[in-house]
Design a protein around this ligand. Structure first.
Ligand SMILES: C[S@@+](CC[C@H](N)C(=O)[O-])C[C@H]1O[C@@H](n2cnc3c(N)ncnc32)[C@H](O)[C@@H]1O
Length: 224
């Protein structure tokens, strides 16, 4: 397999950018959500899910794994295929991978509202306006008391304080924020503390920037 995002996923194995520790933090927030979920089905969605290793890893061995119905959306066919195979290997047929643009709400029809929304690996690749816009629309994807887990690098200028504020302004409370030591990686988790808004098709949330314009890529290219 090759391609930009397939190569990006290899960093989980080769120690790049603290991604493995970022993954542990994301999975920790997911497991905490599952631990506290009331009995019954748990609905999850993942925007730009990659191969879904965050959710699948968190479900491995978790007593609520079979209660989770998830739709994971990504635009890279190889990663979607890898995710589908991994979910089947784990015996989790209710974890569905969809090849589609996750920057628009359409692929989440019938999967929203969700109790768990993953937005990991997005906010470093889009404009600040798109981050604000995505957060503003998250209540349309969320069920009551939903947990949102998100990531953003803390490279200069560090936007994470602003992002955390945007979540609060939108009616979320912060469950936690973890800055991974010795890296710029960071993970946040928030709970919807206001009424969800109705799901709507056709809402544009974000558009990935061309590679050289992405904040995460520009930060790597900048002199120390
Ligand atoms: C930085 S990776 C994050 C993957 C995963 N969420 C994680 O944290 O391990 C970004 C992902 O976004 C996907 N992607 C890029 N543009 C997309 C779009 N418009 N819709 C869905 N997925 C997209 C890529 O294929 C890639 O898997």
């Amino acid at each position: 397999m090759s391609g930009e995002w397939v190569d990006w996923h290899r960093q989980y194995e080769n120690g790049g950018r603290g991604l493995a520790r970022r993954l542990e933090a994301v999975q920790g927030f997911i497991r905490a959500m599952l631990d506290g979920a009331p009995p019954g089905p748990i609905r999850a969605i993942s925007l730009c899910a990659g191969d879904g290793r965050d959710l699948l890893g968190a479900l491995a061995g978790h007593p609520r794994a079979e209660d989770v119905r998830a739709r994971l959306v990504d635009a890279t066919p190889e990663l979607v295929d890898a995710g589908r195979r991994a979910a089947l290997r784990q015996g989790l047929p209710a974890i569905e991978f969809v090849l589609a643009d996750a920057g628009i709400t359409d692929p989440f029809e019938d999967a929203a509202p969700a109790d768990l929304v993953l937005a990991c690996g997005i906010f470093g690749n889009v404009t600040n306006d798109d981050i604000r816009n995505t957060i503003r629309h998250l209540p349309e994807l969320c069920a009551r008391d939903a947990t949102v887990v998100w990531t953003r690098g803390r490279f200069a200028p560090d936007l994470t304080p602003t992002i955390r504020g945007w979540f609060l302004e939108t009616g979320f409370v912060e469950l936690g924020f973890i800055a991974i030591p010795d890296t710029t990686a960071a993970v946040g988790a928030n709970r919807l503390d206001t009424l969800p808004a109705p799901y709507r098709r056709g809402i544009r949330l974000f558009t990935f920037l061309p590679r050289e314009e992405r904040p995460s890529v520009r930060a790597q290219a900048a002199p120390p």
